[in-house]
Design a protein around this ligand. Structure first.
Ligand SMILES: [Fe+2]
Length: 260
C-alpha cells in the first residue's frame, strides 16, 4: 500500500538535480516508491544529452527501486509525445483514462493528459500543458511545439470523465492567485497563457478537485481558494536548483510530511 509519494516541480532535463531530488525523496517513501514530476521534465529525445539524462535517471531510479511518472510541461518535445500516443494508445478520444500512462524508459513513465488513477482513497487526475511566454525566443519544431497547449479535444475528454479529488497539472488554474511580472513577455503570448489558465479552470470546474499541485511558475506557493465547490488547496513548486522543488505527501491525510 502506498502511504507517501514524492511530488516534484520542473526539472528541465537537469540530471544532477533530478538525481539529487530522487535521492532526497527516496528515504521518505514506503515499500512501493513513486514520485510524480509535474512537467518540464526534460523530454527532448532529439537533444544530444537526452539519452544520457533518461539513461542515468532510469538506472538511478532502478537502483533505488523508485518509479517516476511525469506529466508534460510546456518545454517538452510534444511532437514526439503525440507519436507515443499514436503508438501506445491509438485513438486518444476513446481511450480509457486509466490507460493514459506510457512507458518512456525503465522506471520512467509519462502521464498523458487525462490520465487518472486511484490512490489513498482518492481519484487523481493528471493534465499537463502550459503556454510558453518565451515562445518568441524559441523555434517551432525544435524548441517549441504547439502541442504544449491543452486542446479542445483533450478538455472535452477530461471534462466528460467528471469528478476527481486531486489534480496534478503543469499550469495553474485562473482562479488561483498569482503575482506575475508584467511587461516582461510579449502581450500576445501573455494572452495565450491567460487563456490557457482559463481552460484549466474549466477543467477544474468540471472535476472539482480539493487539491491541485503544479509546476511551471518556478515559485513555491500554497494557497487555499474557494472555487465554488469548497476550499481547494493549491501547491506550486520551484524548479531545479532551487529550494521548494519537491515535497513528500501523505496520500491519506494529504499533509506534507517533508520538503526540500
Ligand atoms: Fe519550467
Amino acid at each position: 500500500m502506498i502511504r507517501t509519494v514524492g511530488i516534484a516541480g520542473d526539472w528541465h532535463g537537469n540530471i544532477n538535480h533530478a538525481m539529487w531530488a530522487v535521492k532526497q525523496m527516496e528515504p521518505h517513501l514506503g515499500e512501493e516508491k513513486i514520485i510524480y514530476q509535474l512537467g518540464d521534465f526534460g523530454y527532448w529525445p532529439d537533444a544530444d544529452n537526452y539519452s544520457s539524462f533518461t539513461g542515468m535517471l532510469s538506472r538511478f531510479l532502478g537502483k533505488l527501486r523508485v518509479r517516476l511518472a511525469f506529466l508534460d510541461g510546456n518545454h517538452e518535445n510534444h511532437a514526439n509525445l503525440k507519436e507515443k500516443i499514436d503508438d501506445y494508445i491509438g485513438d486518444y478520444a476513446t481511450a480509457p483514462a486509466r490507460d493514459l500512462l506510457i512507458p518512456i524508459a525503465p522506471n520512467i513513465e509519462w502521464m498523458a493528459r487525462g490520465y487518472r488513477f486511484f490512490l489513498g482513497g482518492r481519484e487523481w487526475l493528471v493534465c499537463g500543458g502550459a503556454a510558453s511566454v518565451d515562445r518568441a525566443w524559441r523555434e517551432e519544431g525544435r524548441s517549441w511545439f504547439p502541442g504544449e497547449l491543452i486542446t479542445d479535444e483533450q478538455e472535452e475528454k477530461i471534462c466528460r470523465e467528471g469528478y476527481a479529488d486531486v489534480l496534478l497539472s503543469h499550469d495553474r488554474p485562473a482562479k488561483a492567485p498569482i503575482d506575475l511580472k508584467s511587461g516582461v513577455w510579449p502581450e500576445k503570448d501573455v494572452a495565450i497563457a491567460d487563456a490557457h489558465r482559463e481552460r484549466l479552470q474549466r477543467i477544474c470546474s468540471s472535476a472539482r478537485p480539493s487539491y491541485i499541485m503544479h509546476g511551471h511558475y518556478h515559485m513555491a506557493m500554497e494557497d487555499t481558494v474557494d472555487m465554488g465547490w469548497g476550499d481547494v488547496r493549491i501547491n506550486g513548486f520551484t524548479c531545479d536548483g532551487y529550494p521548494g522543488n519537491w515535497g513528500i505527501l501523505d496520500v491519506e491525510t494529504m499533509e506534507w510530511v517533508h520538503g526540500g
